[in-house]
Design a protein around this ligand. Sequence first.
Ligand code: NAG
Ligand code: NAG
Ligand code: NAG
Ligand code: NAG
Ligand code: NAG
Ligand code: NAG
Length: 330
Amino acid sequence: MHTLSLLLILHLLKPGVYESCSLVVSPAGLVVKYGAPASANCTSDTVTSMGWEPSLGESPLFGTEVKELTWRVDSLTDWNIKPQCFEISEVGGQCARVLKVTVYKLPDRVSIRYVNHSGPVVEGHQYSLHCFVQNTAPIEHLRVTFFKVSTNGERTVLYTQPLNNDIHQLNNDMRQPVNESYSLQFSPTSVDDGAQWFCSAMLDLGPEGPRPPAVMESDRLNTTVHFAPEFSCSAKLEVRAGEGLTCDVRGNPLPSVTWLRDGQILTPPTHLSREDAGNYTLMALNRIGRANHTVEVEVLHGRVARGASCQAAGSATVAVLLHQLIHWLY
Ligand SMILES: *[C@@H]1O[C@H](CO)[C@@H](O)[C@H](O)[C@H]1NC(C)=O
Ligand SMILES: *[C@@H]1O[C@H](CO)[C@@H](O)[C@H](O)[C@H]1NC(C)=O
Ligand SMILES: *[C@@H]1O[C@H](CO)[C@@H](O)[C@H](O)[C@H]1NC(C)=O
Ligand SMILES: *[C@@H]1O[C@H](CO)[C@@H](O)[C@H](O)[C@H]1NC(C)=O
Ligand SMILES: *[C@@H]1O[C@H](CO)[C@@H](O)[C@H](O)[C@H]1NC(C)=O
Ligand SMILES: *[C@@H]1O[C@H](CO)[C@@H](O)[C@H](O)[C@H]1NC(C)=O
């Protein structure tokens, strides 16, 4: 059979019209990396005339009196290819089977950044983080996830973009590589200061695709969050005579702190005596905001054993520890 009549036959092909179509395409579907080789077999119950279309070769891929015909390509570079195996029966009529081919390409690059913003972010404000995935196909199989890496190294998933099958499958052009951007609206809090963000793009092509699915991550985006002062010391401090007074305050930029006692500004005493007991007010200020904190200071003296020589310095945790230790010793 020569090319012209073959083309005429192809023109008449209507899959499914042939009642007893015994053709089996194996595998039924292919997931192929762009540029990679691919092949599939078409088999029939009986000796018959069958062909593949498109053949992708110089001559038509056709066999007379065969039971099997292999479709093969060394380098698949057609995003929209839909190979069909067809049979021409002596009794009249044709049947065809379509080989479902998914051609994929991993992204060239995955990157994360703010849109319409640069530099530090401010707590409580809204920002738009975008994940850009460059030159990948098919886009409907791409699953984008945003992550946060806390200052302690802990990784949390912030958001996973659902697969968007419905929209893209309608549009045949989407089978070709595209650039796509995914966004996440977020509002940072003070605990996000120093955290990092990144996004990952996973091309999940199902059981016929690479297992595990290929994942590409963006660089990490360092986050500086500007936030108003926050106190973390307790409302009541028990300090031993001779020790200093400290109270932790966080803020970015670093807040200025003013100590007050009975409405008078003072420098916090470094060696407390019994007279220093009382209520202190701390006022902290930075350009994001201000905060006040009142702490009741009790000064302990004399009878504390030498072993309890830890400093009443710093955080609330230390203060609480000291408190418990003193009660235990009495
Ligand atoms: C096609 O058939 C040939 C010979 O029967 C076999 O070697 C080959 O593995 C088959 N290919 C596929 C993709 O099934
Ligand atoms: C960024 O700003 C431009 C111009 O001001 C605006 O057109 C665009 O919608 C903004 N994009 C986002 C994601 O807010
Ligand atoms: C994707 O983005 C890259 C870099 O910005 C650009 O070179 C390329 O042409 C874009 N591709 C498409 C399909 O828009
Ligand atoms: C981000 O922070 C890490 C450490 O926290 C640092 O090593 C890295 O250089 C920073 N990257 C940028 C782009 O500032
Ligand atoms: C400190 O404040 C507390 C609670 O307002 C109050 O009960 C206590 O008497 C005050 N202490 C001094 C020394 O003023
Ligand atoms: C903190 O205390 C000062 C002085 O008493 C007062 O003027 C200011 O309003 C207070 N700020 C807050 C946030 O409570």
